[in-house]
Design a protein around this ligand. Structure first.
Ligand code: SAH
Ligand code: SF4
Length: 390
């Protein structure tokens, strides 16, 4: 595998990891190759995790030589890989310029889920999210997004079977059965690069995942939800976190731009083309902030406006947030109130917290501390936690 300077992974136009079927076909055509060559190449790269053109033995020798001169398969340098006591794995990709992004693999009995990042940092600056506290550094390229899937798939294919899944995998069965864009960043604020990445995930010659098994999670970028519905309607999770505008404005500052009524209308438009007949609402449980009985009642009213399932996420604390997770008994009661009202509700199991791989703990590594320091005063305005708590 070519492991070169991380910056060139982002900028290389000929990194095959960043090309969807149409782009790869155009690239191969420029080299004088037929469309079926592009499909063969796609299978070598994404299904067999091959980075060396020499090894692609059913391609003509001349064509392989041309490829070697014109393109590459490049993954950002992996600066750390960790395995949790519960089998969760985390990798840290160095994407250059002092930025690192994280990818998490969660093996379960029935599936293996890869949680991938779409941006280095995030501009939405939610009050409870470690990524938001970093500020926004930059969008990932399609190659950098797919590199996470490629690298994890390759590493897991080489790992012993029990490390890849909670159960025995059948011959040829892949460890990664589901992808969720719930890592670092707001995927719908990096739309074009994410769209090309989704197309590669769904392509039968690449990862061949069904639209139901790929989930985009968004804090509610309404116009881009509409575009995704037209371009590539995969499963959708919406980070709700509050049942009214006043609280959501503070927890998820993007709500000031796209308030709840607009967000719920966009959810209903999305459902017309969604691969599942529901949207998952994510709701992080914050002690004394959004977990009261009054909020449960309001949330029931919100949930009744959209075909949805509610996923309650125990808050994973990090020092700067000044927030606490709701006690387990409160989460159970909150869930019970929703279920009694007929809302399908699950409580997310925390995985990988011993290696800081749990939701919202993904902070990558920031070497450029000045950037963070510069953002702090701005955060105080966007997300006044003192007000949230009062
Ligand atoms: N930006 C997108 C996707 C990445 S965040 C979004 O916000 O949906 C993925 C999920 O992790 C979101 O539901 C987010 O609210 C949740 N999350 C963020 N910080 C968290 C924390 N500290 N504890 C628990 N969940 C958190
Ligand atoms: Fe960004 Fe999502 Fe974190 Fe909010 S929760 S800051 S949108 S990554």
């Amino acid at each position: 595998m070519a492991m070169s300077a991380p910056d060139s992974v982002a900028s290389s136009p000929s990194n095959l990891l960043g090309l969807d079927a149409a782009a790869l076909q155009a690239f191969v055509a420029r080299l004088g190759g037929k469309p079926f060559r592009a499909r063969q190449l796609m299978r070598w790269v994404h299904q067999r995790h091959e980075a060396s053109f020499d090894a692609m033995t059913d391609l003509a020798r001349d064509f392989r030589a041309q490829l070697a001169g014109q393109c590459c398969v490049q993954v950002p340098a992996v600066s750390a890989g960790q395995v949790s006591s519960d089998g969760t794995r985390k990798w840290l990709f160095d994407v250059g310029g002092g930025n690192a992004v994280e990818t998490v693999f969660i093996p379960e009995d029935e599936r293996g889920t890869l949680c991938i990042s779409s941006q280095a940092g995030c501009a939405v600056a939610c009050a409870f999210c470690a990524t938001g506290y970093q500020g926004f550094n930059r969008n990932l390229t399609t190659a950098e997004i797919i590199a996470q899937l490629w690298y994890a798939g390759r590493t897991l294919a080489q790992a012993p079977a029990q490390a890849r899944s909670g159960r025995a995998l059948q011959d040829g069965e892949r460890s990664i059965s589901n992808v969720v864009m719930m890592g670092m960043g707001e995927p719908l604020l990096n739309y074009d690069q994410v769209l090309a990445a989704l197309r590669i995930m769904l392509d039968d010659n690449a990862y061949g995942l069904s639209r139901r098994r790929v989930t985009v999670s968004t804090s509610g970028v309404v116009p881009m939800m509409d575009r995704l519905r037209e371009d590539c309607p995969v499963a959708l999770a919406v980070s709700l976190h509050a049942p009214d505008d006043a609280l959501r404005d503070r927890l998820v500052p993007l709500n000031r731009k796209y308030p709840l009524a607009e967000l719920l209308a966009a959810c209903n438009r999305y459902l017309e083309r969604a691969p599942r007949d529901f949207i998952t609402f994510e709701y992080v449980m914050l002690d004394g902030i959004n977990d009261g009985d009054a909020q449960a009642r309001q949330l029931i009213q919100v949930a009744r406006q959209v075909r949805c399932k509610l996923n309650l996420i125990p808050f994973n604390p990090f020092p700067e947030s000044g927030l606490r997770c709701s006690p387990a008994s409160r989460i159970r009661l909150f869930a019970r109130r929703l279920m009694d009202a007929g809302i399908v509700t699950t409580v997310r199991k925390t995985r990988g917290d011993d290696i800081a791989a749990a939701c919202g703990q993904l902070a990558g590594e920031i070497k450029d501390r000045t950037r963070v320091a510069q953002r702090q005063p701005q955060r105080a305005v966007i997300s006044p936690l003192a007000e949230v708590r009062s």
